[in-house]
Design a binder for this molecule. Structure first.
Ligand SMILES: CC(C)(COP(=O)(O)OP(=O)(O)OC[C@H]1O[C@@H](n2cnc3c(N)ncnc32)[C@H](O)[C@@H]1OP(=O)(O)O)[C@@H](O)C(=O)NCCC(=O)NCCS
Length: 218
């Protein structure tokens, strides 16, 4: 970790557009040409599953450079028992500050707060490269799957309290918050409020395609 002084704090309303811009810059052309994560951040804050207590930013010299946002989700076992858990995303760091350990700080800080709040599990869809060093493991290791007993490669699980998932089969139910991304016209209109940016292909989009279309067979 660099020795630069940073502050980690909750996002305030004054940060909203700055955070949306960080999302736009960090995600632009990464998974698809363009990006929608800035719109997602914009609308997510008003969703019933959004967790404002875990809406952290990192500030350096008065400038916000990174953000993490959480939503409530759940695991349901085969007997129908429901367990309230957390998911995060988007998480982003301004490109010029990436690979300096800031996402590690955001994740560690928010996990500690999540434990204080009584949560013991975090499940995300993400690129394993970014998260295995944070202790996330493949969903199949915890018997966590989607309806139809599908174990996606990108479905990653972190127990905040070791052993809490206890080996029984769990079905992951993410928040309906992602339905907010269905309206492409609104995303386009929102993006037009930012400076123009060129949509282009880059190889990370193929990586994203592979990860998001892969499942692990037991
Ligand atoms: C992914 C992202 C949030 C990581 O934040 P960061 O501050 O750059 O990451 P850190 O420096 O804290 O590194 C965290 C770990 O991930 C690894 N890592 C980070 N980016 C990586 C990359 N592009 N490829 C491989 N490993 C990567 C680091 O090596 C580190 O692992 P280590 O603990 O074994 O050293 C940031 O790069 C980003 O905003 N990227 C664009 C948006 C994005 O992809 N968000 C996540 C969607 S799943």
């Amino acid at each position: 970790m660099s020795k630069t002084k940073y502050i980690i704090r909750l996002e305030t309303e004054a940060d909203y557009r700055v955070v949306e811009n960080i999302n736009r810059e960090a995600f632009w052309n990464l998974s698809v040409p363009g990006a929608n994560e800035h719109y997602f951040a914009h609308v997510m804050r008003n969703h019933v599953d959004f967790v404002p207590e875990l809406d952290f930013v990192i500030e350096i010299d008065g400038k916000v450079i990174a953000s993490i946002m959480y939503t409530k989700s759940k695991l349901i076992d085969e007997a129908g028992t429901e367990k309230k858990i957390l998911s995060f995303g988007p998480i982003c760091v301004l490109p010029e500050y990436q690979r300096k350990g800031y996402s590690k700080i955001l994740i560690a800080h928010s996990f500690a707060k999540a434990v204080e709040m009584g949560y013991d599990t975090v499940v995300i869809f993400g690129n394993p490269d970014n998260y295995v060093s944070r202790g996330f493991k493949s969903c199949i290791k915890y018997n966590v799957c989607l309806a139809g007993d599908i174990f996606p490669t990108a479905l990653l699980v972190k127990e905040l309290r070791e052993g809490v998932l206890d080996g029984r089969k769990w079905y992951y139910h993410e928040s309906k918050v992602s339905e907010l991304l269905d309206d492409e016209e609104k995303i386009k209109q929102f993006d037009a409020e930012f400076p123009p940016k060129i949509k282009a292909w880059q190889s990370s989009q193929e990586e994203f395609f592979i990860h998001s279309h892969s499942v692990i067979k037991s």
